[in-house]
Design a protein around this ligand. Structure first.
Ligand code: 4AD
Length: 561
């Protein structure tokens, strides 16, 4: 019988088999006149055995759709069909033999046992990263089989992964002949015992050395083929997202996650070195911060009351100034806007800071200091090499950054023919959307501090410019390839002005009594900013899509795994 996946004739035996180069299909045809196969060979393979019934091919005219296959063509096709059948018979025999041999090998392997030689020095438990320090000592290392290469029954080369690095290991003789050795698959977990030695000249291995094993233990077996069966070069985006827990084991994604960890450390080091305190603000809130409309907030039922997931911790940071001075937080922020772009998430890591008694220029200086210092710290850390691997052309930002007012940006867009979708120019007072902003950032190709946006475009709490009350002391930091990575501003200091701003925004001030109180109980000039960690990572690691720099990205219609 035809195998699963192969074409089948409608019923056996058919008295006539129809094929049509013009109208037939080898995948969906069944050999009838209404559903002919495309090729005679497929029809024959589907019918399987000789003698074949009458085979029909395309007729010459539309009236005579089919004609009997010419004799010479039939003979030729029968010959080809016999050859084809012989080949498939031979490969079936080989498959059978291979399976039997494997079964026999596995049975024999069950008899092979290995035990640790207790006369050897006790193995010291180490991580892969510590390999160089412990060369020529007997060690044991646990981890996941990242790659596996078998050389007949004599050698098994394993690349072990333990999160700190990769280690090549060699298992020879009996060590690679046990049942577990024959069953071993990528992603299985093992503990390897042996001695790490430098690889000989001309050979390469991670760290320049390899573990020559004298004993090993299987901890957990993974399915045959490891994750290759779930994820490979042809896997579509949705499947990759469904299997993010396996994707993160890959070399690129694990590099990004390691860089991310060092980047967060760099932010913390930067702030602590400059005397900031870290705070942990609430995530469940009653008030909005960046909201233009409530559809941008995730609603939560808080014991029967309406609450929201925070969009920004800024308002809480501001309340900490009289208590702690300069403060920062690294916390998740939530945005419910239905954006489906390569730089928007529904949940992202927000690095926010707030500083009392500073001017707008101080705020801009602090932003320059933050970005240059943090990038410098990451590049000098062990993640520096990982960044270079992913982004060899990275140009670390240098101070001073280009400072540009919003009004100058509108002029720049006009001069550089960056227009709206309807082919008209952007006018003062209009929002510069993502695409235009990015085209400008790409063209300028260096960090930009884009300043002084019109008040109506920005949120209610922003301080107006003293010289021109239409504008705010606000700033966005734009990076090439990504666009906006920071939004910040000076905050309103006057409580009466703030009350007016609530009204304009249509916000109920009673819920914000604690925020307004900051202006009553000793106001001060102050400002701060929020930086999207993932956006900075996109730039740092040269990643096109924000999803690729998250652990488990959350965006429209994606809240799992
Ligand atoms: O410009 P935003 O909305 O500013 C605020 O939330 C201020 N309250 C922050 C503050 O002053 N403390 O957001 C700040 C940054 C943006 O520049 C961007 O990098 C990031 O947060 N961001 C997002 N990142 C990923 N996905 C989204 N949907 C984001 N929305 C904002």
């Amino acid at each position: 019988m035809a195998e699963v996946g192969q074409p089948k004739v409608k019923e056996l035996p058919l008295e006539e088999l129809y094929t049509s180069e013009k109208h037939g299909c080898d995948q969906t045809g069944d050999g009838t006149a209404s559903k002919p196969f495309k090729t005679v060979m497929t029809a024959m393979l589907a019918y399987e055995k000789e003698p074949f019934p009458q085979i029909y091919v395309d007729g010459k005219t539309d009236e005579k759709k089919f004609k009997l296959i010419p004799h010479a063509q039939f003979i030729n096709q029968v010959k080809l069909h016999r050859e084809e059948q012989q080949k498939s018979q031979a490969s079936k025999v080989k498959e059978q033999e291979d399976a039997e041999r494997k079964e026999k090998d596995l049975e024999e392997a069950k008899q092979v046992t290995i035990i640790e030689d207790k006369s050897l020095p006790k193995a010291l438990k180490i991580k892969v990263l510590e390999g160089e320090k412990h060369r020529d000592e007997r060690v044991k290392v646990s981890g996941w089989v990242h790659r596996l290469h078998r050389q007949e029954n004599t050698l098994l080369r394993v690349v072990l992964r333990d999160g700190t690095g990769y280690l090549q290991a060699i298992l020879s003789d009996k060590l690679c002949q046990t049942y577990n050795a024959l069953m071993l698959s990528p992603e299985s977990t093992v503990t390897l015992y042996g001695t790490i030695s430098k690889v000989s000249k001309g050979k390469t291995a991670p760290g320049g050395h390899e573990l020559v094993c004298d004993y090993w233990e299987l901890v957990g077996l993974a399915p045959p083929g490891g994750i290759e069966n779930v994820l490979n070069q042809n896997t579509d985006v949705e499947t990759k997202l469904d299997n993010r827990h396996l994707v993160i084991r890959g070399e690129k994604t694990s590099k990004i996650l390691r860089i991310r960890s060092y980047l967060m450390q760099a932010f913390r080091d930067h702030f602590f070195e400059r005397g900031y305190y870290e705070i942990t603000p609430p995530c469940l809130v009653h008030t909005q911060c960046e909201c233009e409309c409530c559809s941008a907030l995730f609603k939560v039922d808080f014991f029967g009351e309406q609450a929201y997931l925070t969009q920004s911790s800024q308002l809480y940071l501001e309340t900490c100034l009289p208590s702690l001075g300069d403060v920062f937080c690294i916390a998740e922020s939530y945005r419910a806007e239905q954006h489906q772009t390569r730089r928007h998430l529904a949940e992202y890591t927000h690095v926010e800071a707030e500083c009392p008694f500073i001017s707008f220029d101080d705020l801009l200086d602090r932003l320059e200091d933050l970005i240059t210092d943090v990038v410098d710290k990451v590049l000098k850390s062990p993640a520096g090499q990982l960044v270079k691997d992913l982004n060899p052309n990275l140009v670390p930002p240098k101070r001073p950054f280009k400072r540009m007012d919003y009004s100058e940006a509108i002029k720049y867009l006009r001069e550089n023919e960056i227009k709206k979708e309807d082919d008209t120019y952007y006018e003062f007072g209009e929002d510069i959307p993502e695409m235009a902003e990015r085209r400008m950032a790409d063209k300028i190709n260096e960090p930009i501090l884009l300043c002084r946006f019109p008040a109506e475009m920005k949120t209610f709490y922003m301080q107006k410019c003293r010289k021109d009350k239409r504008l705010t002391e606000s700033v966005d930091v734009l990076m090439p390839n990504v666009g906006e990575i920071v939004g910040g501003s000076m905050r309103m200091t006057d409580s009466a002005e703030l009350m007016e701003a609530y009204e304009v925004e249509g916000v109920d001030p009673s819920k914000y009594y604690w925020y307004t109180d900051q202006r009553k109980f000793g106001t001060c000039p102050h400002g701060g900013y929020g930086l999207g960690l993932e956006r900075l990572l996109m730039w740092l690691c040269d990643q096109h899509h924000i999803r690729d720099v998250c652990l488990y990205p959350r965006f429209l219609e994606r809240c799992s795994p």
